[in-house]
Design a protein around this ligand. Structure first.
Ligand code: NAD
Ligand code: USQ
Length: 481
């Protein structure tokens, strides 16, 4: 228990508070815990902090890109961590005939190495949260966790738009998984804090005409009545839509069963390593670069390492929010430390560090590496240009100091990409999922249409029988003029 300050029992209802107090060796009353815990801020070097109490945390989706480094971080700061994952992300690699750029180890190897380097055990349960309700319910009833961190969803927007199978899978997996979790907690009768990874994309990007607040927005209703409501939702893909549906499930279960829920509206995560995954090469995190799972900044950094022109979709005027993977883990630590009180409405944090326009990111990376930038037809249905201002005051008020693009970590990611570039399959870089048939036709037409400058000059000469005017005319036709 050394290293923990007795600060409260926030993961328990009053009824179970004493049992947990005894388990942890603390004698703090449950009704005092919220005030104490809420004052715990990120501090010290590296933004690490000592939690006010040791908690038992189940991490659903703990084998994934965000889940793995977060599980290690939570274990590092002293929580008892249990991972659940059905390894579906690894199965999708097989489906897409692609793999993480970094050589990730099996779960068994990962956990064995973590035990060697940290002395800490992380039990692993292999099951499907969306399908194996009984296993989830039994695990929660048996382990009595203080918190469950829920990463276990299909998270790629392009994959969710690939075709009917992927659309249906994304809805079934994500909505059922979230609902099973909420239902299992209610059935257990325990007061478990749910920390869910949502997305900035639930708001749409810049639709509310000003800074996007954290979850709820002030509105004036007809008749002049003032209200503060859940921010209108404007999902841009089937995947983003599942996060909107999750939000409704949270609102319902909070009101009906007083579940304590924190929904983290996270921006695009970049980076790959964290101080905890760097402790041993075999703990390395996954790095997706393909057009379905690779997110824009990591893709650009990897493309730069490969000498492949950066694939800016459309004008690159899309503005998005970003956060480094290390900050993902730390923010989740803070969210676990600062749960809402029983009866409080769903707590929503915007988990972001900064916003950038896609073409500006491309320029930053081109300046850094000397690579080329290329505009390709946008496979998505999204605004070509948007502004985006996002509030992240809540995490900042807890001491969160974001890692920004300027801190040298861009170079680190490029080095990681460079180290493993032999594992890259360049055929997986160009888009392979399209938002609708019309867009698909436009994108594939473009691929099929020969570029005038790429056509063999002698062939044009032969067709034009040596007439330079006719060669020029043919070139114009090829250019679509
Ligand atoms: P990921 O695909 O790498 O990880 C998800 C993990 O959950 C995988 O290990 C997968 O096997 C597991 N999983 C999925 N469905 C499951 C099920 N039914 N039962 C058990 N395990 C299941 O994704 P990620 O990038 O780590 O994202 C994690 C969460 O964070 C997602 O919910 C995502 O929406 C959210 N998020 C991610 C980003 C990002 O940029 N990566 C940004 C914002 C929000
Ligand atoms: N883009 C390019 N070139 C590329 C790839 C993407 O220009 O090679 C553009 C896209 O058109 C889009 C933007 O970059 O406008 C972001 O795309 P992305 O794939 O990086 O991110 P997105 O699809 O929005 O999804 C990712 C995660 C998802 C998370 C979301 C947070 O995969 O899990 O929810 O980021 S957010 O975008 O804030 O909603």
């Amino acid at each position: 228990m050394a290293g923990f300050v007795a600060g409260g029992l926030c993961g328990t209802r009053a009824g179970t508070a004493r049992a947990v107090a005894e388990r942890n060796g603390f004698g703090i009353r449950a009704d005092r815990c919220r005030r104490r815990a809420a004052s715990v801020r990120m501090s010290g070097t590296n933004g690490m902090f000592t939690p006010s109490e040791k908690k038992k945390v189940i991490v659903l989706g703990g084998d994934g890109f965000c889940g793995w480094p977060t599980a290690l971080y939570l274990s590092e700061i002293g929580h008892d961590v249990i991972i659940v994952d059905n390894l579906s992300r690894r199965a999708i690699d097989l489906e897409l005939e692609c793999d993480s750029l970094t050589p990730i180890q099996s779960m068994g190897e990962r956990l064995k190495v973590w035990k060697q380097v940290s002395g800490k055990e992380i039990p692993f349960h292999f099951f499907d949260v969306a399908k194996s309700y009984e296993l989830l319910r039994e695990l929660i009833a048996r382990e009595k966790p203080d918190a469950v961190v829920h990463f276990a969803e299909q998270r790629a927007a392009p994959y969710s738009m690939k075709g009917p199978y992927q659309k249906k899978y994304t809805i079934d997996n994500n909505v059922n998984g979230t609902h099973n979790l909420l239902c299992a907690i209610v059935e257990s009768g325990l007061d478990v804090h749910v920390v869910h990874l949502g997305t900035m994309g639930v708001y749409g990007y810049g639709t509310s005409g000003g800074e996007i607040p954290e979850g709820y927005i002030d509105v004036t209703l007809p008749g002049g009545r003032e209200s503060n409501i859940l921010h209108p939702m404007s999902p841009g893909s089937v995947y983003h839509m599942t996060k909107c549906l999750d939000q409704l499930l949270f609102q319902f279960y909070q009101r009906n069963d007083e579940l304590r829920i924190t929904d983290l509206h996270q921006g695009i995560v970049w980076g790959t390593n964290t101080p905890w995954t760097k402790k041993d090469e075999r703990l390395i995190n996954r790095f997706d670069y393909d057009s379905d799972y690779g997110t824009v900044l990591n893709r650009f950094l990897m493309q730069a390492a490969m000498g492949y022109p950066l694939t800016v979709y459309g004008t690159g005027g899309q503005t998005r929010a970003f956060i480094h993977i290390e900050d993902t883990a730390k923010c989740i630590g803070l969210a676990i430390e600062n749960p809402p009180k029983s009866g409080d409405r769903v707590e929503i944090f915007n988990q972001i560090a900064e916003t950038h326009r896609v073409r500006d990111l491309a320029k930053i990376i081109a300046d850094l590496t000397g690579c080329e930038v290329k505009s390709v037809n946008n496979p998505r249905k999204e605004a070509a240009e948007n502004e985006l201002e996002v509030s992240n005051k809540k995490f900042r008020s807890l001491g969160y100091e974001p890692i920004s693009l300027g801190t040298g970590l861009l170079e680190e990611v490029t080095q990681v990409a460079d180290k493993y570039k032999d594992r890259c399959d360049v055929d997986k870089i160009m888009p392979s999922s399209f938002w609708n048939k019309k867009i698909e036709e436009q994108c594939t037409d473009d691929v099929k249409k020969p570029d005038a400058d790429d056509v063999d000059e002698s062939l044009l000469n032969a067709i034009a029988k040596g007439d330079p005017k006719k060669v020029e005319k043919l070139k114009e036709v090829l250019r679509g003029n």
